[in-house]
Design a protein around this ligand. Sequence first.
Ligand SMILES: Nc1ncnc2c1ncn2[C@@H]1O[C@H](COP(=O)(O)OP(=O)(O)O)[C@@H](O)[C@H]1O
Ligand SMILES: O=C(O)C1=C[C@@H](OP(=O)(O)O)[C@@H](O)[C@H](O)C1
Length: 195
Amino acid sequence: MEAGVGLALQSRAAGFGGSDRRRSALYGGEGRARIGSLRVAEPAVAKAAVWARGSKPVAPLRAKKSSGGHETLHNSVDEALLLKRKSEEVLFYLNGRCIYLVGMMGSGKSTVGKIMSEVLGYSFFDSDKLVEQAVGMPSVAQIFKVHSEAFFRDNESSVLRDLSSMKRLVVATGGGAVIRPVNWKYMKKGLGRSC
Ligand SMILES: Nc1ncnc2c1ncn2[C@@H]1O[C@H](COP(=O)(O)OP(=O)(O)O)[C@@H](O)[C@H]1O
Ligand SMILES: O=C(O)C1=C[C@@H](OP(=O)(O)O)[C@@H](O)[C@H](O)C1
């Protein structure tokens, strides 16, 4: 998810898309990312100018040598703040539509989802937790162990089906949810529901 945030930022810097009005609102007209500051570990990035909101570009930031020898870029930006600003920016366009976060295990879906849901005034659901509650077991690992992965996946699909009829949700899916095509059907149905 960190890379995802970075990508989001890169796409912001490169011109995120959308109307000119929207882009100028996001980037202050210069077509550049106007962000607070950024704390992100990006592989092998030598230098970057970070445009601080409301000021001239700050001096290019020197990459720091990390133990692995790769240069990484660390800035002092609060990703949570960045996510909050991004959520505020997209809220108008969502019109109550749900947000489904997909990604590898441990990529940050739940962490990011909770932050976004607070800003958006949406309900947050972690599909893993809903499956644990539905099955009455304390963890996904236990479900895998006592029942099976297929049993878990069946319940995961049932949870996503139920969520697909709701609105104003941020849903952090399990890393393996994307394996089943039916889950994509449910997520797309959920995305299509607006206020
Ligand atoms: N942007 C981030 N920067 C650093 N650590 C993060 C970030 N997002 C999540 N984490 C950490 O990574 C781990 C997995 O995050 P989590 O949200 O549970 O991932 P997922 O829901 O995709 O499995 C947690 O320990 C969390 O604190
Ligand atoms: O990738 C996977 O197959 C899984 C990822 C986990 O979700 P997180 O991505 O929330 O860790 C959880 O659904 C289960 O352990 C299966």
